[in-house]
Design a protein around this ligand. Structure first.
Ligand SMILES: [Zn+2]
Length: 296
């Protein structure tokens, strides 16, 4: 005979056990809701494309923007060996706007700022695995500061056919803090400078510090860009506005293990609400709590 609940008059379960049972039920229900929510998100993001976002690749700096060279190589090797195909932002918007077919498991690799280590450390690895990447350049910084690319290095990478260059503005000002005139100067003149130096159309932008408002998005469109990228965690999705496309940041921590990379690459849409919660904690002054809240 199966074990049954004690009948009235029999021995009652202690209050503590009742409480534990209820707590367990609440936790299980919460897990079920979160699991269902994650499944819905994965389904919605099924057509989304991961746009990986890097900054520096070197073994010297230990900071939130730097990925060690061996870790970067492990990540690129993973992409190459697991059937991922790198595409450019133009291939992405061509597919969305004109229905041009995309390869299987498409992914976009991007670098912001245009550091010289992209040429010295990342480029040989991208060549080794035959992977395309897009570098968003701060046009005034090229050939001006020693830790940024020179125009010659950019030209050499572009000639390989693997590296595409786009704009990260003229001097990396946060666009939402500028006057209309200054904002336009940053958007239009960086586009012209890059087009003149690289002899190609510049059609895509990454917002400096990921900052954008509706006004910034409108100005970006009016300046002649076709789409723009943020640093908000998530996949780039066709149904979302093309001037605030999400990316998958491979920064924000000092450990970029292959395990963490794989989690972000595959489950960014699931982790996005967790990351948003962490950011809102920070925004509301709970910095100590946000610091202990780690998004994978
Ligand atoms: Zn930047």
């Amino acid at each position: 005979m199966p074990k049954q609940w004690p009948l009235a008059g029999g021995k009652q379960p202690s209050r503590r056990r009742l409480f534990l049972r209820r707590a367990l039920l609440v936790v299980l229900t919460l897990l079920l809701i979160l699991g269902a929510d994650a499944l819905v998100r994965m389904h919605q993001a099924a057509d989304g494309i991961p746009v990986l976002n890097y900054h520096q690749i070197n073994d010297r700096d230990v900071n939130a923007l730097t990925v060690r060279t061996d870790q970067f190589e492990a990540q690129m090797q993973y992409l190459a060996e697991h059937g991922y195909h790198t595409i450019t932002p133009a291939e992405l918007t061509d597919a969305w706007d004109n229905g041009t077919p995309l390869p299987d498991k498409p992914v976009i690799i991007t670098f912001d700022d245009g550091y010289v280590d992209n040429y010295k450390n990342a480029y040989p690895i991208l060549q080794k695995y035959n992977l395309k990447a897009t570098i968003f350049l701060v046009s005034d910084f090229l050939g001006t500061y020693p830790n940024y690319l020179t125009w010659d290095e950019a030209a050499e990478m572009q000639a390989s056919g693997l590296i595409d260059f786009e704009s990260h503005t003229l001097s990396h000002e946060e666009l939402d803090k500028l006057s209309d005139e200054e904002m336009q100067h940053q958007l239009v003149d960086s586009k012209h400078a890059l087009e003149w130096h690289l002899q190609k159309n510049i059609k895509y932008l990454a917002y400096p510090c990921g900052d954008y408002t509706q006004k910034v998005q409108d100005a970006t469109r009016d300046a002649g860009y076709r789409a723009a990228f943020t640093v908000h965690l998530g996949y780039a999705e066709k149904d979302k506005p093309q001037y605030k496309l999400d990316r998958v940041p491979i920064f924000g921590g000092t450990s970029h293990t292959l395990q963490r990379f794989k989690l972000r690459l595959k489950y960014a849409p699931v982790f996005a609400p967790l990351e948003d919660f962490r950011l809102s904690l920070r925004e509301h002054g709970f910095t100590w709590l946000a610091a202990h809240f780690n998004t994978p």
